[in-house]
Design a protein around this ligand. Structure first.
Ligand code: SF4
Length: 347
């Protein structure tokens, strides 16, 4: 073996013992080492790279997490701030709502406090009911609600109730009822009355108050009803009040007894007088219509339907237009009119 060959073997074996120099030497000496180098190099890369990647990944992840955490904290902080702001806003809103509710309650209280109601009105009303419980007044048996033919059709019945109301103005119930009986015997239907002469109609309704004027009203109203309402009566206050001789008092009572609807309080001369005596109006009123406005201002609506009938009968029997029977009245100790008049008598 030559010296050169020996040195090559030695350098090769040295190179084999040293991994670091092996690659360099193998690269130059043998394809086998070249493969091993590649393999080793790959292994090295494989071993180092993942660590780096993992570290970087972990670092990145940590950074991301940290960033996320920071962001989350910031977000949370922001959310807390926003939530706090919202909370504050909501609290303010609630407080405002509370204030509004309080204000609304306050204004309701003020409104209720300001709502005028006559003293002792409930006791007075209950006493009137007690005095009227036997239903002995003319209005109970001969009022307009009793003037329709029970065998008539609904529309004819409504027509008859309207005619009775027109006759009842300024007329006692007994007189109105008798006139209606004569009309029933003759034929109280829209087409029959429309074809009847004014003279004959006058004879039939006489002696109701203002009978001549009422003949005209009844004839003209009947012609309108036949022409525009097919013989029936209108169902609104507005339309009823457009009929000749029909006013608000009549229209409200008509709505109640003919249609079964309470549209307002029917205030006639009895209701007008008694409400003034009992001071159920803030100041004395001059007309039934003014009394109606005052009464509707404070009297609870559920009582509107009974008040006309109740007070009319009371006015016919006890609280008479002239010389009311105060000594017999259950309200004599709380009635303003009675106390004023008894004071005057004592003087
Ligand atoms: S006390 Fe006389 S005025 Fe007063 S409600 Fe009675 S009847 Fe009418």
């Amino acid at each position: 073996m030559s010296k050169r060959l020996k040195l090559g073997v030695i350098s090769t074996s040295r190179a084999l013992r040293s991994g670091r120099t092996l690659a360099d030497s193998s690269e130059k000496t043998s394809p086998y080492f070249a493969d091993e180098r590649k393999s080793t190099a790959r292994t090295g890369v494989k071993k180092r790279s993942p660590i780096k990647i993992e570290y970087e990944a972990a670092e990145d992840e940590a950074n991301v997490k940290s960033t996320d955490a920071t962001s989350a904290v910031e977000m949370k902080s922001r959310n807390v701030k926003e939530s706090s702001t919202l909370k504050t806003a909501k609290t303010e809103e609630c407080e405002m709502k509370d204030e509004n509710v309080e204000q609304s309650v306050d204004s309701k209280d003020i409104k209720d406090e300001k709502r005028w109601m006559p003293p002792n009105w409930e006791t007075i009303l209950e006493n009137v009911r007690e005095m009227r419980k036997h239903k002995t007044a003319p209005v109970d048996d001969m009022g307009c609600h009793k003037c329709a033919d029970p065998n008539a059709s609904p529309s004819v019945s409504r027509y008859q109730l309207l005619i009775a109301l027109m006759l009842s103005s300024q007329t006692k119930d007994q007189v109105t009822h008798a006139a209606m009986q004569r009309l029933h015997t003759y034929g109280c239907k829209p087409n029959i009355i429309a074809a009847t002469s004014n003279v004959l109609l006058g004879q039939l309704i006489y002696p109701v108050g203002f009978w001549k004027k009422k003949v005209e009203y009844i004839k003209n109203t009947t012609l309108i009803l036949v022409e525009r309402y097919n013989g029936d009566i209108p169902k609104t206050i507005k339309e009823l009040c457009k009929l000749p001789g029909v006013g608000p008092k009549m229209a409200h009572i008509c709505m109640q007894i003919a249609w079964g609807e309470v549209s307002g309080i029917g205030v006639d001369t009895h209701v007008h007088r008694i409400c003034n005596r009992l001071e159920w109006v803030k100041k004395p009123t001059k007309t039934p219509e003014l009394t109606r406005n005052e009464l509707e201002d404070w009297l609870p609506k559920p009582l509107w339907s009974e008040i006309n009938h109740l007070l009319v009968g009371f006015g016919q029997e006890i609280c008479l237009p002239r010389f009311p029977k105060c000594s017999e009245c259950l309200n004599k100790n709380i009635c303003p009119y009675a106390s004023k008049n008894s004071g005057k008598k004592k003087k």
